[in-house]
Design a protein around this ligand. Sequence first.
Ligand code: AR6
Length: 186
Amino acid sequence: MEYIYKNTKIVIKKGDITEEDTEAIVNAANSSCMGGGGVDGAIHSKGGPAILEECKKIRQTIYPDGLPTGQAVITTGGNLKAKYVIHTVGPVCIPSFDEKKKKLLRNAYWNSLKVAKENKIQSIAFPSISTGAYRCPIEEASKIAIKTVLDFIDKENFIKEVRFVLFSDRDFKIYEKRFKEILDEI
Ligand code: AR6
């Protein structure tokens, strides 16, 4: 589904984020920033070694102890269609998804958008951060994802398009339902 929110096109779709042609795609990374499984593994594998090279430089310079949860950094997109990858780290929701974790998930979306803005990026695609290996419940995480993006647009109306790219039918349907509910509340 598509919706225009204050000049920004919001798209909710099912797909593989590594195929997206937005200027940037977001990676649900871990704090090592050196790759992993899930969407992270897919991005590094399709994007090629140039992404890891830049991640290593980031680790050697600004984040020697790793990328803190909720922060975001940018690298090349390597061989991907997207010119950039914005790497962020969501919270781990085992054993619980408490208020602190919710704030960290919000920060992951917010800081990814902030990095996009700083780099004058006009379009961005997000996966469902933290709802895979990090086990945050997607019913609640989807609400945080969508609300944070709308809040950022309210504050910093800068971006032409934001896509939420969901890997399964189930996740796609949850996001679509959540988005409609949020729009009804506005
Ligand atoms: N395109 C879009 N979404 C995808 C793709 C893809 N190609 N592949 C998986 N997903 P996860 P997390 C979905 O586990 O929970 C990694 O090992 C997936 O179905 O990738 O934030 C990192 O290195 C799920 O809905 O990320 C970290 O160690 C969503 O992406 C850790 O996992 C997120 O699942 C991060 O865990």
